[in-house]
Design a protein around this ligand. Sequence first.
Ligand code: COA
Length: 178
Amino acid sequence: MFQELTTERLLLRPLISSDTKAFLEMHSGTKINRFLRNPILTLTDAENYIHKIISEHQKNGIARFAVILKENEELIGFSGLKFRTTEENGYSNFYDLGYRFAEKHWNKGYATEAAKFWLSYGLHTLKLPKIHACADNENKASNHLLEKVGFKRSNQYMVNITLHNWYKIKKDEFESQI
Ligand SMILES: CC(C)(COP(=O)(O)OP(=O)(O)OC[C@H]1O[C@@H](n2cnc3c(N)ncnc32)[C@H](O)[C@@H]1OP(=O)(O)O)[C@@H](O)C(=O)NCCC(=O)NCCS
């Protein structure tokens, strides 16, 4: 079933193979890939990443979703919950919130709007007891965004040689933010 969800300015829908070109375009610019573990630099990178997301969705029933601007139907980013089975900061089999947006659309509140939607969806609709997130300590916008929507930082840890922050949020912590 094609599942499409909405916020005030955004449509959230599963990524599909035909998004590949727009997905690569979304990653253009000098800054967007800086903190990403899987930078998207070529059409093949974009194709592989979309296929990975599609198979995660099929397997787990949830994955990162494409974010489409309602006003012009442009694919401007992705955001969503992922069930992570690989180990991170000593955790595995947990849900995390992830996102990225085209540079030309930064600082318009889109990541915040989508994050609030997914937290409500995860904590209320899916009734998850908690949701995690992580960010490179130097990724100031991402750390700020996570704290703004109610995540609490629980510890710091290393990924290779970079310091990361580990976050979690529960239903009552999210509700006190809205
Ligand atoms: C992180 C990211 C998703 C934020 O997207 P966005 O749509 O610009 O986010 P929003 O506009 O909703 O909110 C950004 C907030 O960060 C703040 N911000 C931006 N740059 C900042 C900086 N260098 N230092 C501190 N805060 C910063 C903005 O002021 C805004 O906060 P405010 O609403 O309180 O003013 C975007 O920068 C991005 O895609 N980055 C590259 C990919 C990435 O790093 N993904 C996350 C991996 S953990």
